[in-house]
Design a protein around this ligand. Structure first.
Ligand code: PMP
Length: 459
């Protein structure tokens, strides 16, 4: 804490609103000022090196000192720092990036449309679902089904898709027409003795009931993250997507895969949709697309959707959607270089090689008194804490036990995130074995420290 009123610390408190932050606590405790990056580490204002075990917000896949991305951005800044894509304008990096994304998509896609964030990509997806259904003469097919605990963004539409109550409360959300169904978290939502397959079958049956209750002619799309990220790294139960997709196809409901976290290698395949056999009609992606070195996102659409858009824009005279910075040349150039690095360094192969060290290492903590469940795939994982292993009893929410655990881990030089009872991990994809070991020992020691705090009555 700094008493100097002109310090960045004090000036941050004085002038800056932090998203997803307890504002009162920020006034009391101030910011964690990060000065620079160094591989998978960042260095704070006191010079302390911190291993960024969340890759920022699940996005800095190539760590914090990838000079090739700096050079790609600089070259593009010098050549053409800005141009829009409205009204037929185009330029080299966005042309090539579109072709590349369409070519590598997890299901046949026709075209790419760009924005700057995951939220905008999902807003765009929702608008395209509506546009498509208008185009094919069934405008009433406009409701979107999402899942509780999903995270799809923070704009009015994408926060509505998001299935976290705190993202809705006091914001007058969700918008009408978004329907949330059960989160596919077997540990928390499964019935006693229910197998993963039975749980998946029950959720598919629930989905069908919801569709029939709402009227299939009113449901336009279903949106899902292959693995839920912010909601606590919820890995779908076996057969879930297979069963859910069968229901959706039966009722002619589009599938949107939100690949904002899972896309570009996080789950050990290029796309989470490949890991779970999802065949989407629309794909949204961001984060890893540019390894977070520049804000850029994309919405990819199937040929059928594009054909309908074409017909509708004929009728209306224009396709009237887009953002000033959508397809920004610098973002597109950085994204192209990012994809080249993923290919050249076989980032997916690297994730597959190192992921077992993280996943097995975390699973070895399963016997710890505080640990209810360890889950994850590829380089994303969560530890679910519990007060009582047998009864799977959650901690009182106000204790913020996972946040306390994340604090203890931070003191040991590793940045992770606690939300509710879940400690989440999502390191840069370039992480090496020795760095995974640093995370694992910080987590193990901090679990013991947190256990002592819990046993001492949280005092
Ligand atoms: N979808 C998913 C799955 C996400 O994790 C996020 C961000 N955490 C978003 C969408 C929203 O992305 P952004 O914050 O870039 O708007």
């Amino acid at each position: 804490m700094s008493a100097d009123l002109n310090s960045p610390f004090a000036r941050d408190i004085a002038h800056h609103i932090h998203p997803q932050t307890n504002l009162r606590r920020h006034e009391a405790e101030g910011p964690l000022l990060i000065e620079r990056g160094d591989g998978v580490y960042v260095v704070d204002a006191d010079g302390k090196r911190l291993l960024e075990g969340m890759a920022g917000l699940w996005c800095a896949s190539l760590g914090f000192s990838e000079t090739r991305l700096v050079d790609a951005a600089t070259r593009q800044m010098r050549r053409l720092p800005y141009m829009q894509t409205f009204a037929h304008r185009s330029f080299d990096p966005v042309v090539e990036l579109s072709a590349e994304l369409v070519g590598m998509a997890p299901a046949p896609m026709s075209k790419a449309l760009f924005a700057c964030s995951g939220s905008e990509a999902n807003d765009t997806a929702m608008k395209l679902v509506w546009y498509y259904h208008h185009a094919i003469g069934r405008p009433e097919k406009r409701k979107i089904i999402s899942r509780r605990r999903s995270y799809h963004g923070t704009t009015i539409a994408s926060a509505s898709l998001t299935g976290l109550a705190n993202m809705h409360q006091d914001f007058n959300l969700p918008l009408a027409g978004v329907v949330h169904v059960t989160c596919p978290h077997h540990y928390r939502e499964g019935l006693a003795g229910e197998t993963e397959e039975d749980f998946a079958a029950r959720l598919a049956a629930e989905l069908e009931e919801v569709i029939e209750r709402e009227g299939p002619e009113t449901i336009g799309a279903f949106i899902a993250e292959p693995v839920m990220g912010t909601g606590g790294v919820v890995v779908p139960p076996r057969t879930y997507f297979e069963r859910v997709q069968a229901v959706l196809r039966r009722h002619d409901i589009l599938i949107i895969a939100d690949e904002v976290i899972c896309g570009f290698g996080r789950t050990g395949n290029m796309w989470g949709s490949q890991t779970y056999g999802i065949k989407p009609d629309i794909v949204t992606c961001a984060k890893g697309l540019s390894a977070a070195y520049f804000p850029i996102s994309a919405t990819l659409v199937s040929q059928a959707i594009y054909d309908a858009m074409l017909a509708e824009s004929d009728k209306l005279g224009n396709f009237s959607h887009g953002f000033t910075y959508g397809g920004h040349p610098v973002g597109a150039a950085v994204a192209r270089e990012t994809l080249a690095i993923y290919r050249e360094r076989d980032i997916v192969g690297h994730v597959r090689r190192v992921a077992p060290r993280l996943q097995d290492g975390l699973r070895r903590l399963s016997d710890h008194r505080l640990v209810g469940e360890v889950r994850g795939v590829g380089l994303m994982a969560a530890i679910e804490l519990t007060m009582d292993k047998a009864a799977r009893k959650p901690f009182p929410a106000e204790r913020k036990v996972a946040g306390h655990l994340a604090g203890a881990i931070h003191r040991r030089g590793v940045l992770l995130r606690g939300l509710g009872d879940a400690l989440m991990l999502s390191p840069p994809l370039i992480i090496e074995d020795a760095e995974i070991d640093v995370i694992l020992s910080a987590v193990a020691e901090s679990l013991d420290e947190t256990q002592a705090w819990v046993a001492g009555g949280f005092g």
